[in-house]
Design a protein around this ligand. Structure first.
Ligand SMILES: Nc1nc2c(c(=O)[nH]1)N[C@H]1C(S)=C(S)[C@@H](COP(=O)(O)OP(=O)(O)OC[C@H]3O[C@@H](n4cnc5c(N)ncnc54)[C@H](O)[C@@H]3O)O[C@H]1N2
Ligand code: MOO
Length: 401
C-alpha cells in the first residue's frame, strides 16, 4: 500500500500529453490546448482608425480662437474617405473608420458645432493623435499571438480570429475507455432483478473524464468473468485508447477479477493499493502506451479515486496545466484522530464571518452513499495519523466538481 502522494507521482506526474494533434474550427477551439504557436497573419488594425465618432482634422486647426472648418466628406467603418484632409478642412468620421490622409486627430462630436453652411466649429482644442488608433496598435503581422501549449480561453479564441486564423491545430483529446464490472449491475432504467443494483459510477466517472478534457469510450458493463473484462481491455487497446478504466472488482474477494486481468495483460504496475479512505483498492499501471486504472466499486470510493487521480491524469494527457490538488480551509466541526489511511471526508463548504472557507464533514461517510457524495462540495483531507482537531483549526480540502 503506497501513500496518496506517491501514487499521484507514479500515475499523474509520470504522464505526458498525447502526441496526436487535430485541426479544429475556431468555434470548437475554446478549452482545447494549442499544438503549435499561433502567429498573426495580419496587422490589427492595418490602418490608423478613429476611436470616436466626430471629425478628422489637423490638430493645428482646432486651437483657440476657434474657427469653422469645411466638412469635405465622410469616413465610416468599411468605407474610407477617398481624398485628403487639407488645412481648414474636416471629414465627418465614425468609430473604427480609417483616418484620412492629412488628418492627425479626432475632434469628438460632443465638442463640435455644425453650422448651416456645412462647416464645423470646434468648441474644445484637440491635441495631435487624439482619439487616433495607429495601425498595428493591437498587433503586427508575424507577431506571436499564442504559444503552443496554451489552453484556449474565450479571449484567446477571439485573438486567433483577429489574427486571421479560421481553424487551429490543437492536441487531440485523450481517449478513455470506461468499463463497469459486476454480475449485479444493470443499466439505469432497466428492470432490476433480485440482488441486482443499478450501475451508476460509470456516469460520474465519464463526466469527470470529459470535464478534464478527455473523450469517453463507454464499454458498458462486463460480467464477473475474466475473459469478458479482458475482451474489453483488448477492445480499448485496438481503439487506440490512452487509458482503460474499470470500476469495481478491484478488491480481494473471489469475484474481484480486475487485478488478475491486469496482471495477465502484463501490466507494468504503478501501484495496487493506496493508503486512503475511501478508495484503498485502487490499481494503476500501463500496457504499452495505454494506462490502466482500476477504480474501486463503492460509489464514493470510485468518485473520490477518480477525482484525486483519474481527472488529473486526463488533464495531463490533454496537455492542460495541473490544478493544485488541495487548498486551505478552516474546520467547521471537531474531527477525531485519523488512522493510517488518508481520509477524504465528504463535506460541505460555507463562508466564515472573516471570509474564510469553512469545511464541515457530512454526518455519514459510508462509501456506498451516493446521496451524500452528491451533496458534498469538497473533501476534507485528514492526513494519515492526524491527531484529533477542533473547529476553527486550519486544514486542507479538495474541491469536488
Ligand atoms: N476483505 C476485504 N474486503 C473489502 C476490502 C478489503 O480490503 N478487504 N476493501 C473494501 C473496500 S475499501 C472497497 S472500496 C470495496 C471495493 O471493492 P471492489 O472494487 O472489488 O468493488 P465491488 O466489490 O465490485 O463493488 C463494491 C460495491 O460497489 C458496487 N458497485 C460496483 N460497481 C458499481 C457501479 N458501476 N455502479 C454502482 N455500484 C457499483 C457493488 O455492487 C458493491 O456493492 O471492497 C471492500 N471489501
Ligand atoms: O476504501 Mo473503500 O473505498 O472504503 O469503500
Amino acid at each position: 500500500m503506497i501513500s496518496v502522494e506517491d501514487a499521484y507521482r507514479r500515475l499523474v506526474e509520470a504522464a505526458a500529453p498525447v502526441g496526436r494533434t487535430v485541426s479544429v474550427p475556431l468555434r470548437e477551439a475554446a478549452g482545447r490546448v494549442l499544438a503549435e504557436d499561433v502567429v498573426a497573419l495580419r496587422t490589427q488594425p492595418d490602418f490608423a482608425a478613429s476611436a470616436m465618432d466626430g471629425y478628422a482634422l489637423r490638430a493645428d486647426d482646432a486651437q483657440a480662437p476657434f474657427r469653422g472648418l469645411r466638412v469635405v466628406g465622410e469616413s465610416a467603418a468599411g468605407r474610407a474617405f477617398p481624398g485628403r484632409v487639407g488645412p481648414g478642412e474636416a471629414v465627418r468620421i465614425f468609430t473604427g473608420a480609417p483616418i484620412p490622409p492629412g488628418a492627425d486627430a479626432i475632434l469628438i462630436q460632443e465638442d463640435a458645432e455644425r453650422t448651416e453652411d456645412g462647416m464645423v466649429l470646434p468648441t474644445e482644442a484637440v491635441t495631435e493623435g487624439q482619439h487616433v488608433r495607429p495601425a498595428g496598435i493591437d498587433f503586427s503581422k508575424g507577431r506571436l499571438l499564442l504559444a503552443a501549449g496554451t489552453e484556449l480561453s474565450p479571449g484567446a479564441v477571439a485573438l486567433a480570429a483577429s489574427g486571421g486564423h479560421p481553424a487551429l491545430r490543437v492536441l487531440d483529446r485523450p481517449k478513455v475507455a470506461v468499463l463497469a464490472t459486476g454480475d449485479e449491475l444493470v443499466p439505469p432504467g432497466a428492470a432490476v432483478g433480485p440482488s441486482q443494483i443499478v450501475a451508476s459510477n460509470g456516469y460520474g466517472v465519464a463526466a469527470l473524464v470529459e470535464a478534464a478534457g478527455g473523450t469517453v469510450l463507454d464499454c458498458g458493463i462486463a460480467p464477473d468473468r475474466e475473459e469478458a473484462i479482458a475482451a474489453e481491455l483488448e477492445r480499448a487497446l485496438d481503439a487506440g485508447c490512452d487509458c482503460f478504466v474499470t470500476i469495481g472488482g478491484a478488491s480481494v474477494g473471489d469475484h474481484d477479477l480486475v487485478g488478475r486481468v491486469f496482471a495477465a495483460s502484463r501490466m507494468e504496475v504503478a501501484f495496487l493499493k493506496v493508503a486512503m479512505r475511501p478508495g484503498k483498492p485502487l490499481m494503476a499501471g500501463r500496457v504499452g502506451d495505454m494506462r490502466l486504472v482500476g477504480l474501486p466499486g463503492n460509489p464514493a470510493s470510485s468518485m473520490v479515486a477518480a477525482t484525486l487521480f483519474l481527472a488529473p491524469l486526463v488533464r495531463r494527457l490533454a496537455g492542460r496545466p495541473d490544478r493544485a490538488p488541495t487548498r486551505p480551509a478552516v474546520l467547521g466541526a471537531d474531527v477525531p484522530a485519523n488512522g493510517l489511511r488518508a481520509d477524504f471526508m465528504r463535506s460541505r463548504l460555507s463562508t466564515g464571518e472573516d471570509g474564510a472557507v469553512v469545511v464541515t464533514p457530512l454526518d455519514r461517510q459510508d462509501s456506498s452513499l451516493l446521496s451524500i457524495y452528491a451533496a458534498a462540495d469538497a473533501l476534507l483531507v485528514r492526513p494519515p495519523h492526524a491527531p484529533a482537531a477542533r473547529a476553527g483549526e486550519a486544514c486542507r480540502i479538495v474541491d469536488l466538481a
